[in-house]
Write a protein that binds this ligand. Sequence first.
Ligand SMILES: [Zn+2]
Ligand SMILES: [Zn+2]
Length: 256
Amino acid sequence: MKLREYWEKFRGAVARYDETHNFTCDVCDREVFANERVCASCMKSLPWNNNVVCPLCGRKIGEPGICLDCKEKPLSIKKARSCFVHEGEAARLVVRFKRGQKYLFRTLAELMLPLLKEGFGAADAITFVPMTERAEKERGYNQSFLLAEELAKQSGIELLAPAVKRRETAAQKFLGRKEREENLKGCFHVKERKLVRGRKLLIIDDTMTTGATADELSSVLLRAGARETYLLTVTSVPRKNPFGVLPAEPPEGNAP
Ligand SMILES: [Zn+2]
Ligand SMILES: [Zn+2]
């Protein structure tokens, strides 16, 4: 092999290492040790969603029990959980991830992996919230897919892409749960029913706000023959306060 070829090979390996390893913390930007993506102090201060959560939708609630939304109308998803409460640095990570910092999928998937192993052992396949072709072209990637693909790789669970999004939906930021449901109706379509028949599917997404997006996808998957569905997200918005005001949040799921 010529010297030049050696050099090219070496440069390629360095580039690959740079791409998959962190030199600074993805939260505070301080230097990290080898194989760390988030420094120890940020790991401690991130708003982990590990206190009192609704056993169904997994959102943070004030006191133990099923949240009022789930009591009123439970999701078609058997169990949903999120790694973090959608606030502070966790919310910022999700927003950065959706607004161009694509590389964060590795870090976020790594943070989600323990929860996947602990809470979703029953799932036999992983899937994601599809985007319309146009929306994906605009952003350059589907963040839900990137997380699902990495988690499938890390967990050894099969990755499935049985569904497509057929039409664009309006931004959901200012919509309540019922309006969100109306807005989403019929937007997802399962193109390969045989992929999902009889399976227990874990849907991966970035944020859960009311759960309307993942629930619409889940309903479509269940109608296509899936046995059960679950949801794992990076963050979830705490159940809205009794006065009915939603905290500041990004649009749910893949809405623009
Ligand atoms: Zn840090
Ligand atoms: Zn709930």
